[in-house]
Design a protein around this ligand. Structure first.
Ligand SMILES: C[S@@+](CC[C@H](N)C(=O)[O-])C[C@H]1O[C@@H](n2cnc3c(N)ncnc32)[C@H](O)[C@@H]1O
Length: 265
């Protein structure tokens, strides 16, 4: 064993653990992910990760590899190379927003590391795609309102709106769109084409965080609401009758909040 190896927390070398950081609220992370952070030698973390979570990585070097306006941002190839370089002698944790396997490139990074002989593991996270609507009391499925849900990217590898949005607009499913704010006019026109002008839609920005914002409207009015409320990225778009569930419960939720500590934990 060489000098570097003796200093690793786990004692093992050649390891990558990709872990989900949840949607933003630092309490919405799994115990398994916290344990992995405690054992990390180095944590490579993304922009959507709540920095409070880094406090769990008591012995680790912390390396920001995300994209932030005005800052140097790592390319995916550079992140892959960094994982492999560090993973030769250290226990690398890759901390990603939400769930790393949902539009998170977690699978790609594991494949790359495995090609270079690293042992790899994955700790699932709470995805913003379901947790952000849920935290605003919007269920993605509900008996009588929705039998399925689609989670679609608004921005594909080619920077286009996924063709799946047009297919989803024809269905009765709840449609959840990530990374879709810049394509909102195109999304709205696809739903209008299906005569869904009155379908409810919610947009939640920075869900589960202190600076959370929400806009509720119908397909025909959402663009105005976005403009008035200045809603922008990172945001989730939820389209479907399930959005009405929130309004139906609103007064009961508010009363609960005022009388109990649980929702503000
Ligand atoms: C690259 S994807 C990563 C998704 C992540 N792997 C997950 O499972 O939540 C990033 C997009 O997820 C959505 N997102 C992630 N966290 C969010 C949050 N707290 N509030 C609203 N949208 C969020 C936004 O659409 C954002 O642009």
């Amino acid at each position: 064993m060489n000098k570097n190896q003796q200093h690793t927390n786990s004692g093992a070398t050649g390891k990558l653990t990709v872990i989900g950081a949840g949607p933003g609220d630092p309490d919405l992370i799994t115990l398994k992910a916290v344990k992995a952070l405690q054992l990390a030698d180095v944590v490579l973390y993304d922009a959507l990760v709540n920095p409070e979570l880094l406090n769990h990585a008591v012995n680790a070097e912390l390396v920001f590899v995300g994209k932030r306006k005005g800052c140097y941002s790592y390319q995916q190839e550079q992140i892959n190379e960094l994982i492999v370089e560090r993973g030769k002698t250290q226990n690398v944790v890759r901390l990603k927003g939400g769930d790393p396997f949902i539009f998170g490139r977690g699978a790609e990074e594991m494949e790359y590391a495995a090609q270079f002989g690293l042992q790899v593991a994955m700790v699932p996270g709470i995805s913003s795609s379901v947790a952000v609507p849920a935290s605003q009391n919007i269920p993605v499925t509900k008996r009588g309102a929705s039998e399925s849900f689609w989670v679609i990217t608004g921005t594909t590898k080619e920077h286009k709106l996924s063709n799946d949005v047009a297919l989803a607009a024809k269905s009765n499913a709840t449609v959840v769109i990530l990374m879709g704010m810049s394509k909102l006019p195109a999304i709205v026109s696809l739903f209008k084409k299906e005569n869904k002008q009155k379908t409810p839609i919610a947009i939640i920005q920075n869900g589960t965080r202190e600076n959370e914002k929400i806009g509720i409207a119908t397909i025909e009015t959402i663009e105005k609401v976005v403009e008035n409320k200045q809603l922008t990225n990172p945001a989730i778009i939820i389209i479907g009758e399930v959005v009405n569930h929130r309004s139906a419960l609103q007064s009961a939720i508010e009363t609960y909040k005022q009388s109990d500590q649980v929702t503000t934990l």
